[in-house]
Design a protein around this ligand. Structure first.
Ligand SMILES: Cc1cc2nc3c(=O)[nH]c(=O)nc-3n(C[C@H](O)[C@H](O)[C@H](O)COP(=O)(O)OP(=O)(O)OC[C@H]3O[C@@H](n4cnc5c(N)ncnc54)[C@H](O)[C@@H]3O)c2cc1C
Length: 389
């Protein structure tokens, strides 16, 4: 199969990352991409935050392993593309109303506990209600929207990846349990079958439309950005429901609503934008004076336990790399490495095999364990709501 092309179904963040790693390992790769601009890879805030997100269990392991590999992954993309990805080790601060909530945070042991005085030193102007905090120096951010996605596209092109833009994959075709091809509609409206024996499903929030057995649904998120004076905010502030992510040039990315009930409904809503404004006012009152720059939205690909779906599917030849929900930027590098490894038949160590087992697509069919993301939910419900301005 080594000479046969691997077809990537979906040219968003994960699709590009997998295509790039496969091409680096000498495979011929074709990316089918319906609409570049709808990818959550262009929407995300770019936080690299396994600790600030309060991940637990296998997701924490995956997130930490991915965080460790990000500098090497970014160096590969930058070397192949000649473009910067905008990686910053700014650290992330999670503020709390009470020290007890801080000390109970699931990842508290990985952070530095801060009192109000220390918080003020790190985040001058932080809202008065925030009296305690956790500083995660090891968490960071990458400028996915302006830099990483473009650099990945260019790195793929440099490595010979072929892009078919404007191609909508309508259905997967199989025979005898094995993948035969993808039924597609191209940019000119022609419908035909693209034969392929090996493909990777990277269609983000839309993945279950192609493989309905996948438990993946969209969770809409609205965002906005502000132009702050350069250096006005040095660390990411990760509050409940709202976070502020300062880029190198002073742009502050603010996110994000979490709207599972919105389905795939497009566009901004007044309520969503008010929620973000209220979050800004609570976290950093002075930021309400910074001029707004852009507003946008997108869809997180969410699974019931909020962890990704990685590795083999029920169809021979079809691989899965989807369902990364709110941590796809963090997990893209390791996801790409894992998938490229299994597809090219690389020997897998015990840790890698364990991760692939933990994130099988059908893991929850006989699993009654509660969601892995208990940390963030419990913390947010403990804090006064910023969702109701
Ligand atoms: C508001 C928001 C904030 C976020 N913030 C962060 C963050 O700070 N840190 C973090 O780690 N993660 C964050 N994420 C999550 C991250 O963006 C996603 O997990 C990640 O982008 C998922 O990548 P993907 O490639 O699976 O999906 P996408 O990037 O959405 O790409 C999927 C692609 O598949 C294409 N496609 C779909 N169906 C078809 C089809 N039938 N035929 C052809 N093409 C198709 C789409 O056009 C799209 O381009 C955030 C997400 C959102 C929405």
């Amino acid at each position: 199969m080594a000479g046969e092309p691997v077809v990537i179904l979906g040219g968003g963040l994960i699709g590009l990352a997998v295509a790039h790693q496969l091409a680096r390992r000498g495979r011929t790769v074709t990316v089918l991409s319906r609409r570049r601009s709808e990818a959550a890879g262009f929407v995300a805030a770019g936080m690299l935050a396994p600790h600030a997100e309060g991940l637990v269990g296998d997701q924490l392991t995956l997130g930490q392993r991915s965080l460790d590999r990000i500098p090497r992954w970014v160096a590969q993309i930058e070397a192949d593309s000649g473009l910067s990805c905008g990686l910053r080790t700014s650290g992330i601060i999670v503020p709390f109303h009470e020290a007890t909530a801080r000390d109970q945070y699931p990842t508290a042991a990985y952070g530095q506990a801060l009192n109000r005085q220390q918080l003020e030193r790190e985040l001058p102007g932080l809202g008065e209600a925030w009296t305690a905090g956790l500083l995660f120096e090891q968490d960071g951010q990458i400028d996915n929207r302006r830099q990483l996605m473009r650099a990945l596209e260019s790195a793929c092109a440099d490595r010979g990846v072929r892009f078919l833009e404007g191609v909508d994959v309508l259905a997967l075709e199989q025979s005898g349990g094995g993948l035969q091809g993808a039924r597609v509609r191209d940019a000119e409206g022609h419908v035909y079958t693209l034969a392929c024996a090996e493909a990777v499903l990277c269609a983000g929030a839309w993945s279950a439309r192609l493989l309905p057995e996948l438990p993946i649904a969209p969770v809409k998120g609205q965002m906005l950005s502000l132009q702050a004076p350069r250096g006005a905010l040095k660390r990411v502030i990760f509050g409940p429901g709202t976070y502020l992510v300062p880029r190198e040039d002073g742009l502050v990315v603010v996110g994000a609503t979490s709207e599972p009930e919105a389905g795939f409904s497009e566009g901004l809503t007044p309520q969503g934008q008010r929620t973000l404004q209220a979050g800004i006012a609570s976290l950093l009152p002075q930021a309400t004076q910074w001029p707004p720059m852009e507003r946008w939205w997108g869809f997180r690909p969410c699974t019931p336990d909020e962890g990704p779906v990685l590795g083999a599917s029920s169809i021979e030849g079809l691989w899965l790399a989807c369902g990364h929900h709110r941590n796809g930027v963090l997990m893209a590098g390791l996801t790409a490495e894992l998938l490229a490894g299994v597809i090219t038949g690389q020997p897998l160590d015990a840790d890698t095999k364990a991760l692939l087992r933990a994130f099988r697509w059908d893991r929850q069919q006989n699993d009654s364990r509660p969601t892995q993301h208990v940390g963030l939910d419990a913390w947010a419900s403990d804090q006064p709501s910023v969702r109701q301005p």
